[in-house]
Every structure is written in C-alpha cells, then in structure tokens.
Design a protein around this ligand. Structure first.
Ligand code: GDP
Ligand code: ZN
Length: 344
C-alpha cells in the first residue's frame, strides 16, 4: 500500500502528534477516569496550567501539569488556553488537599481570539477562550494606535464570536478627544462601541466598569498602551490569589509573559494578556477575507467576475465604491495589507 498524506491523516490514526504542542499527543478518543475533576484554566505558564475549581461554592486553585496525551476537540491548536474548561486528574497531598493535578482533556471553546502561531503557519495560537468581550486598547499618545492592527483584531473577534470594543486610553494627553473620535468614526459607523478614558488620571473609568461588569473581557493591545495601569485601576487592592500562585509558578518556568484571568471587585473578570505588536490572521483565506469587511457588504457580491480579489479586476464593485468614496480608503488599505499576508 502506498503511503499518502491522506492515509496518514485518515480516521485510522485517532492519535495525532500535534506540532503546536511540542510533541504532546492530541486525541479525540479515550475515556475520562471517574476521579477526574473539572476546572477553568485561569493562567497558563509554560507547561503549567492553573485551574480554578469550585468546591461546593468555595473557589480554589490547582496547579496542573500538561504532559502525555490530552483529549481535545482541536488539532494543531494551543493545547490549553486561558478560559478553557479543563479536566484533570487530581493528586491529593498528604493533608488530603488537592493542590496539584494533571490535565487530561479540554472542552469546547465557545469563543476565542486566535492568531496564527509564530513561525508555524499551520498552527493556531489561541490567546484566550470562552469570554464575552475583546477590549482593544489604543492610546491617544505614544504608542499611537494603528488602525491596521485594529482591523485585524476586529476580524479575529468576528471569527472567535467575541464582541469587540475599542478603548482609547491616555485622553488626558490631548486637548481635543474629538480629533480621535473623528479618526475612529468608521468603527462607530460599523456599530463598534468606542470608550475614551485615562487610566492614570481616572477619567472615564466608569465606562470601563460598566462595560466589564459581570462579563469576561480580554484586554488586548501593544505594550505601553497603559494596560497594566488600567488593570490596577479596576482591580484596586482586591486580593488576587492567582497573581501570587502564578508568580510562584513562573519562577520555575522562566516565562516572562503569560495570560491570566483576574476577578473584578465589582463582578466579572478580565483576562490580562502580554502586549503584542504583530497579529497574523488565523482561519481567513484570500477568498473569504472581504466578507469580514462589513463596510464592503453592499458591494463585494456585485463584482462582474466572481471570485474577485477586488484588486485589479475589471468592473469590480469594491474598487468602484472606493472610487466613489463609499468605502473608506484606510479600510481598503487594511484589506490589501491582510490579503498580501495570506498564503491562500
Ligand atoms: P502597558 O505596557 O500597556 O501595561 O502600559 P503601562 O500601564 O505600563 O503604561 C505605560 C506608560 O503609560 C506608563 O508610563 C504609564 O504611567 C503611562 N500611562 C498609562 N495610562 C496613562 C494615561 O491614562 N495617561 C497618561 N498620561 N499616561 C498613562
Ligand atoms: Zn471585486
């Protein structure tokens, strides 16, 4: 029998080596043992997952390792992401307490923000899962925001079933916030809420509280934007046991940055993520890209030749709308920028 790639990936091999997971095995099969417990991944530091568990209404944390085989609905994806529902085998300590465990499975990701894994075009990097809102942080002053970055994240939010909101920080450094609101007007037109505030001066923080109350929100943006300042402002002095546990874990792992979920003192949670500059699209291809640009919705199906890349084709309705200034030029630039970055 000839060995083909298709054969190799056929149903006959239920266990596949996932490159994303550094040699760990991902499987769709296998029985969950009776002593397994359920938790939520609230921090992932290297190979350690901190799982939050609910013991009859009392919350506690279990430091879990991820090794060997894991049962997961996802191939070529992040093994365990913050927000994932994890199933683990507990290890009882001498005192009978459960402080450690080993993750054996994860549940479905109902929502997520994913990007293409750095250096591995075929792998998904899930930044976080199972949350409600993506708060896309921008700043009115250094680092100034990049609309091309915002456009990428809006697509990731749509793909991941998350509601995007733009948060403009450092408004104390501008005399006229309307200049920024005008610049961001296209997003307002697209129905995306825009909050303006100053994390360090405490201006407009109420709107962030209102947004995040009783929800789970991922805070995302480049470093220097004021994310830590905002997180501290919202969390205040409330005790975050997770911070202490993750810092202790981190000492052994030498990871400089990691994602963690924190409790808000007024109800709700935030997912704090390290600053990022680059964001490579996941799960988008050249042919479906335009469908994620909802300001192109009235046009892209009217092109003469379909499929159309909306770049050079004659009688392209998108190019026509661009000429007629019905489509925002910068949004079209984003479209081109992403199109060029996609392999197929
Ligand atoms: P992070 O890298 O996104 O976590 O950013 P930081 O919270 O560390 O803030 C980066 C810098 O911006 C620090 O010097 C902060 O003091 C400053 N900063 C944060 N928020 C504001 C703000 O609302 N106004 C002003 N003027 N500076 C701010
Ligand atoms: Zn077209």
């Amino acid at each position: 029998m000839k060995f083909t790639k298709e054969k190799h990936l056929s149903k006959h091999s239920p266990i596949r080596q996932s490159k994303a997971n550094k040699g760990k095995l991902v499987t769709n099969e296998g029985k969950i043992p009776d002593n397994a417990m359920n938790g939520t991944a609230v921090s992932v530091i290297g190979n350690t997952v901190i799982a939050e568990i609910n013991l009859g209404g009392k919350m506690d944390f279990v430091e879990c390792s991820v090794s060997g085989k894991i049962k997961s609905p996802y191939q070529n994806s992040t093994l365990v992401a913050v927000g994932d529902n994890v199933i683990f085998i507990p290890e009882e300590s001498d005192s009978g307490e459960i402080k450690k465990g080993r993750v054996i499975a994860i549940g479905d990701r109902l929502s997520k923000i994913s990007r293409r894994a750095v250096g591995k075009a075929t792998n998904e990097h899930v930044i976080a899962s199972n949350f409600d809102i993506l708060l896309l942080l921008a700043s009115a002053f250094q680092p100034s925001y990049n609309k091309r970055f915002i456009d990428r994240l809006l697509i990731a939010a749509e793909i991941g079933s998350v509601r995007p909101v733009i948060g403009l920080n450092k408004i104390d450094l501008t005399d006229d916030v309307n200049v920024f609101l005008e610049d961001l007007e296209i997003y307002n037109k697209m129905g995306i809420q825009i909050l303006t505030f100053s994390a360090s001066k405490g201006i407009g923080i109420d709107s962030v509280i209102e947004l995040t109350k009783d929800k789970t929100t991922l805070f995302f943006g480049p470093s220097g934007i004021g994310k830590s300042t905002l997180v501290n402002k919202l969390i205040g002095n409330s005790v975050q046991k997770i911070t202490e546990i993750s810092e202790r874990t981190n000492k052994g792992q030498h990871t400089t940055t990691f994602v963690k979920m924190l409790d808000l003192p007024y109800g709700g949670r935030i997912i704090d993520s390290p600053g990022v500059r680059e964001f490579a699209m996941w799960d988008v291809d050249k042919l479906n890209l335009a469908m994620h640009f909802h300001d192109f919705d009235d046009y892209y199906l009217n092109c003469k030749y379909l499929p159309c890349t909306h770049t050079h084709e004659p009688e392209c309705a998108v190019l026509e709308a661009l000429d007629n200034e019905q489509i925002d030029y910068e949004r079209y630039e984003s479209y081109l920028n992403i199109l060029e970055s996609l392999e197929n």
